[in-house]
Design a protein around this ligand. Sequence first.
Ligand code: NAD
Length: 509
Amino acid sequence: MNTNFLKQLGLNKSNEGTWTGRKSVGKSTEFIESYSPVDGKLIGKVGITSEKDYTKVVRKAEDAFKKWRKVPAPKRGEVIRQYGDALRENKDALGRLVSYEMGKSLQEGWGEVQEMIDICDFAVGLSRQLYGLTMHSERPGHRMYEQWHPLGIVGIISAFNFPVAVWSWNAMIAMVCGDVCIWKASEKTPLCAIACNNIFQKVLKANKVPEGVNCIINGDYKVGEYMTYDPRVPLISATGSSRMGKIVGSVVASRLGKSLLELGGNNAIIVTPNSDLNVVLAGAVFGAVGTCGQRCTSTRRLIIHESIYSKVSSQLKKAYKQLKIGNPLDPNMHVGPLIDKDAVEAYLNSIKAIKEQGGKMLVPGGVLKGDEYDSGCYVKPCIAEVENHYKIVQHETFAPILYLIKYNELEEAIQMQNNVPQGLSSAIMTNNLKEAELFLSSAGSDCGIANVNIGTSGAEIGGAFGGEKETGGGRESGSDAWKAYMRRQTNTINYSDELPLAQGIKFDL
Ligand code: NAD
């Protein structure tokens, strides 16, 4: 395995894990070891942030905020533009690291870096917008408007499956808004965070950006808790499981902080008799097995009309036979490994539960053995015939397990699609306008994302990304998601010689 990309990204066997931009402020005595799920080899170590070092980081971030908020937004955008260019130069190396440390295909690794570049471009445009509204005052000689100010420190907690893009969705937008960021990446992909910071350093230095605008801390949930309990961090943006979100959401709410939660999904595609089978197969197979079923938008359920059920299931079985499972850096492979052996165990436990709860395996699963599967993390994508109400179907298993469910009436299918605790992504496959519009209507999908003739997996950065119910309700990335990173202020200016009170109140002295 050629790992020259590690050198290009400035990564060593042992890396400091606490940064305030250009400077490492840590003196770690404990380290996270990052093993590749691709070949099971140790890639490198990253220092765990101590509580003492966290305090140093927050102080630096607080100082930096006082300066950064005064930099005009388009100038902040210029820094982000340059970071986008630096990412373009490092796209190949960073994409390879994402693929090697997380296990997704190289194409998806590059795709993730491309998303970072795209969000930089979006943020640059945004830096000349951040519009407020002007309203007509009810009082004579008064002007009223609203404006948006930065919040301060944004704490970003991210998941392993999008180890670089999700941070950039938050950080690039937050930085043009005038916030400063502290990022705690997943303990499963810590080197990706160090690499992003290494690429950023030169840009920050060239632009004399105050130390503390972009900080990195490292470790597991305990390091995340330094931020969630910290009232100096007004916004916590947390991406990960619904289990984590329930804890983080309540901790942050108990100190009346803001949280932006991007949590688990349980995404379904409804396949009607009016669908194009080629589109269905491409959308469903990529959605279910892409990133080895470890996308928050992975397709977990296919709700198929009974009249085409056997045709769709037999075509799927045929397609699954052709899947090539192996090293994700090899472009001939369709499916890479799961992130670690715990994920493999969760996958096996879910298969057991499917059978116990009455499901039937149509394409059986299993763990692959052999030299090229040495890491022990390669599994077979599988398909099970189930009913929507099964306990296991209601739960997000982060693995390539696809559930097939039959329906009779479209309303019933929509009800099944909505009848899970999560509400992230959804899709309908149909060429019938009435079916599509019903699915998109207020009586249709209850998810944050609803697609027609596109699978559930993935999304463009231009739209607001996120979902409802146990997905957490947060929106990141495009559209007006930037508002979550700012505080709104209503201003009224009296340019008359009198002080008329609102509601006609008289207060004569
Ligand atoms: P996870 O919940 O195990 O961990 C996510 C992050 O939260 C990690 O950095 C972890 O250290 C931190 N964390 C966990 N408990 C914490 C606590 N109590 N306090 C502070 N921090 C804490 O998730 P994961 O296994 O890394 O990622 C997979 C999950 O993420 C899936 O459920 C997936 O659907 C979800 N996800 C959602 C989105 C989205 O945008 N909706 C995107 C990517 C992933």
